[in-house]
Every structure is written in C-alpha cells, then in structure tokens.
Design a protein around this ligand. Structure first.
Ligand SMILES: Cc1cc2nc3c(=O)[nH]c(=O)nc-3n(C[C@H](O)[C@H](O)[C@H](O)COP(=O)(O)OP(=O)(O)OC[C@H]3O[C@@H](n4cnc5c(N)ncnc54)[C@H](O)[C@@H]3O)c2cc1C
Ligand code: SF4
Length: 466
C-alpha cells in the first residue's frame, strides 16, 4: 500500500513566495489513517529508543489510527514540547524512521509526517494540554530561548517554577526561528511553540543579553538555579585574504534574511560560491538558487565521503541545480572593490586527523579561479567564548569552547548552574530534538535538586553536581 505518491510539493516557480513555501506535504486525514494502520505497534519499539526525546511513537500512531488525533498530539507533547518543529526538521531517516522494523523489505512508517499530522491538528484546533503547576516559590533563570532553553522552561513551568528566559534576540526560538530554512520550517511554527511556552507562565525577556545588559553574577545570586542554553555563535572567519570584501556573507545571516525579511528585498548574486560541506552550506546554496541565482557552487575541501551534510540533503541540492566542487580549498577572495572571483587550490587527502577524517593537503601549482559575485561562508559556528570566560569565574569548566556537563544531569561543576543544547555538544550531532532532550534533562535535575524529596522533606542534589 502506498499512501502517497510524493512527499514533497513542487515549488511554485512563478513567484518568490512560492519558492519559499513549506516543501514537505502534510498527510490528509485518509492518508494519515492508512499510514498509521501499517504500524506494527512493536513491543520494545526501536523507534522509541532512536528518538532522542523518546516519544511513545507506537502509541501516538495507534491513537491516529483509532481516530483520537487529539490524544496523539498529547502523547507527542508529553515527551517533546517542540513536537511541531521536530516533526518538520528532524532527520527522521537517521533517527526513528531509520530504526523502524519495516525498514528492510517494506517502507518504514512515515513517523515524521504522522507526527506533523497530529501537531497540525492540535494547532488548527488551538488545543492546550498543559498548565502551569502550582507555584512552588522557586525561581530559575534561563539564558537563551532556543530549543534547549524553551524545553527546559516549559518543563519547569509545568512543575510550578517561576521561570524567566533571557534572550538577546527580538524573537525567541533560537535557530528554529532564525536558522532553519523557511521551506523546511516556516517561522510561524517556531513562534507558536514560543507562545505555548509563554502561556505556561514563562516570562520571556527579549532583547536582554547576559554578559552585557545583565551580568551572570546577578542571575547566580538572584535565582535558585540558572540554565545556560546559549547555542553557538556566528560563522567563523575563513582566515583568507579578501574575506572582508563587499559581497562576502555570513551563511547564518544569509539564511536569517529569508526568515525575517520580505523575500523580494533580499539581494543575491548571480554567480554564488558557498564555502563549506555541512547542512548549512547546502541550505545556503539551495536558498541562493531559490532566490534566483542561476549559478551556485559549493566548494568543499574534502571528498564526498567526508562531507558532513546528509546524503539526502546533497541529493536535494543537486536536484536544485547546485554544483558541488570537492577537494577544493579557497585561498583568496579577489576583486577590485567587491568580490569578482574566488582563488582556489586543488587538494588531495592525506592520513586521518584527530576527527578521523582524512586531512586535506594542497597540491602544488594547482591554483585556479572561480568567477563569482557573491561568496557565502558556511563553515560552522563560533564558540561562545565571552560567556564561557564569565562562567569560568563560577567554576564552570569548558573544553574546546564547549561547556562541560555531567550528561546524566546536565549539571556543570557549579551546583547552581546547568547547561543544555549546542553549547554542550562537543561530540555528536547538533540537532533541535537533541537540544530539546537536553533541556528536559536539565529541568528534571533542577527539580530534583530544588524540590523537597518526598521521603525526607529535604532538598536533594542530582548525581554529578555535588
Ligand atoms: C543553518 C542551520 C540549519 C539547521 N537545520 C537543522 C535541521 O534541519 N534539523 C535539526 O534538527 N537541526 C538543525 N540545526 C541545528 C539546530 O538548529 C540546533 O541544534 C538547535 O537550534 C540548538 O538549540 P540551542 O537551544 O542549543 O541553541 P540555539 O537554537 O542557537 O539558541 C540559543 C539562543 O540563545 C541566545 N543567546 C545566546 N547568547 C545569549 C546571551 N548571552 N544572552 C541571552 N541570550 C543569548 C541566542 O540568541 C539563541 O536564541 C540547524 C542549525 C543551523 C545552524
Ligand atoms: S518500529 Fe515501526 S512498526 Fe514498530 S512501532 Fe515503531 S513505527 Fe511502528
């Protein structure tokens, strides 16, 4: 049984708005019913284990199949308050769907689309499942209102904590709001999740940067616990000549424009080079194509085998007409006043480095030019060094620019300070769903530490924070 012919809609090429519409199709009721009935409701279901937030997937699917879509949405949100975002942005092939027992000879259950079906139903019917818990008199400060901060805030509010989120940007949601391409997740989805967290009683203070507008020491003094969920920073410099020329862009800023600005006002070159090999590079390149650039090339210094972007993302970029130039190292951005070409060198791969990937080595006398009028840097994100040096004063340890936590509790070496999300992710993949789980773990640990234990009426500390 095939419940759908295609999962992606053709972009409406006639207008720029059409090209930036959400790409993945939702199920209609009948398709959702048919697909949910394929699920085997496995005992010890591997899909639950593979989901970082451990959503009870068979149960939410069973509820859809029995017509209880409202109950299905509740099951999802009980484990993951950002279920609507995750249903759109999770790399399900690598997570729940990749683990589905129907993988071998049958198509895996389309878990992501079923989750979206339940989340869209909750949104359409304005369903609210949770309320703020009875006030317990304890206050928690959260620094950064991305997925990690929001998830922790929501869970704590349900337990009756007074939660204040300090967010430096005008809008909350972190990269879900500002970073994930709009044709994968429209901004409204992220903002509705922020609103849901606010409706739980969380006090969102936007435009407040900790370390600048308020000091970390104020928070540590005034609150019972502090969560650091600041993510990472902007794209680092390439450290090559000419990168300050007009026409060179930070990839994250480039993506952000398409989320917050009128698409018609965004300037894009006609010959665009994107530097990087991760999913952000793919996103920048596909955005440039959809903004109308006829010639878009990704330049990556290793081979396809080492490329960190998902295979399905690379395939998507190629289908969109993006060229990928492997084994190529940018050397200099050239041009009189603004970008005219990117000088590059050809590369060969040597032995593996510490990350296990083979080291790129420049081949002598191999320089060549790629003519372009726009260069987009998409080579990762900077570490939040400013706040890290503040945190050090409170005994919080860092390693290579990431905050060190006990993974069981997300507690730092200061018992009052917890951390979650990309800022602790020194290994493993940085994903929204992982940040959500980090926030949940931190919330549970904060509650365990601060709420009187049922047995002896004393405050307890979770392991690893003593
Ligand atoms: C371009 C791009 C595309 C991505 N696409 C996907 C995807 O498709 N699927 C997926 O699962 N993941 C994706 N990710 C990864 C995902 O977005 C992150 O893993 C996730 O957002 C991490 O959440 P976080 O809360 O740790 O950090 P962030 O989302 O970065 O949020 C941190 C927040 O803290 C705020 N902040 C920082 N410093 C301060 C301060 N001093 N004071 C106050 N506020 C502060 C920031 O403004 C921000 O709002 C993508 C990432 C990028 C960069
Ligand atoms: S593994 Fe697949 S078939 Fe089994 S419960 Fe999960 S989604 Fe259903």
């Amino acid at each position: 049984m095939k419940p759908e012919k295609t999962t992606r809609q053709q972009a409406d090429e006639s207008s720029i708005e059409g090209r930036f519409k959400e790409l993945n199709l939702p199920f209609n009721d009948r398709e959702a019913l048919l697909e949910s009935n394929r699920c085997l409701y496995c005992y010890d279901a591997p899909c639950i284990v593979a989901c970082p937030t451990h959503i009870d997937i068979p149960t939410f699917i069973r509820k859809i199949s029995s017509g209880n879509v409202k109950g299905s949405a509740k099951t999802i949100l009980e484990s993951n308050l950002l279920g609507a975002t995750c249903s759109r942005v999770c790399p399900v092939q690598e997570l729940c769907e990749g683990a589905c027992v129907l993988n071998e000879d049958h198509k895996p259950i389309n878990i992501g689309r079923l989750q979206r079906h339940a989340m869209d139903f909750a949104d359409k019917n304005k369903l609210n499942f949770f309320q703020r818990g009875n006030p317990n008199g304890l206050r928690v400060a959260i620094v950064g209102a991305g997925p990690a901060g929001l998830s922790c805030a929501g869970e704590l509010a349900k337990l009756g904590f007074e939660v204040i989120c300090f967010e430096k940007r005008p809008l909350s949601g972190g990269l879900d709001t500002y970073g994930i391409v709009v044709f994968r997740e429209p901004v409204e989805i992220s903002l509705k999740e922020v609103q849901m967290i606010e409706e739980l009683g969380v006090d969102m203070r936007n435009g407040v940067e900790i370390g600048k507008d308020l000091l970390l020491s104020d928070l540590v003094e005034d609150y019972d616990a502090v969560l650091i969920s600041i993510g990472l920073g902007k794209v680092p410099n390439l450290s090559i000549a000419g990168e300050d020329k007009e026409g060179v862009f930070d990839g994250l800023e480039f993506i952000e424009q398409t989320k917050v600005k009128d698409l018609k006002t965004i300037k894009c070159g006609s010959k665009v080079v994107v530097i990087g090999g991760g999913n952000t590079a793919i996103d920048c390149a596909t955005i440039a194509r959809r903004l109308g650039a006829p010639d878009v090339t990704i330049v990556y210094r290793r081979s396809q085998f080492e490329m960190p972007a998902y295979e399905f993302e690379c395939e998507f970029a190629l289908k969109e007409g993006v060229r990928i130039q492997f084994l190529t190292n940018p050397v200099e951005v050239e041009g009189k006043d603004k970008v005219e070409k990117l000088k590059c060198a050809r590369v060969e791969l040597g032995p593996p480095d510490l990350s296990g990937r083979r080291t790129p080595r420049v081949i002598a006398d191999s320089l060549f030019d790629i003519p372009c009028d726009m260069v987009i840097k998409a080579i990762g994100q900077e570490k939040p060094y400013d706040l890290l040096s503040e945190l050090k004063k409170f005994g919080v340890q860092e390693q290579n620019g990431y905050i060190v936590v006990d993974p069981k509790t997300n507690g730092t070496s200061n018992p009052k300070i917890f951390a979650a999300g990309d800022c602790i992710r020194h290994k493993g993949e940085a994903l929204t769903v992982v940040a959500v789980q980090d926030g949940k773990i931190a919330a549970a640990s904060i509650a365990k530490m601060l709420l009187p234990s049922k047995t002896n009426g004393k405050k307890t500390q979770p392991p690893g924070t003593r």
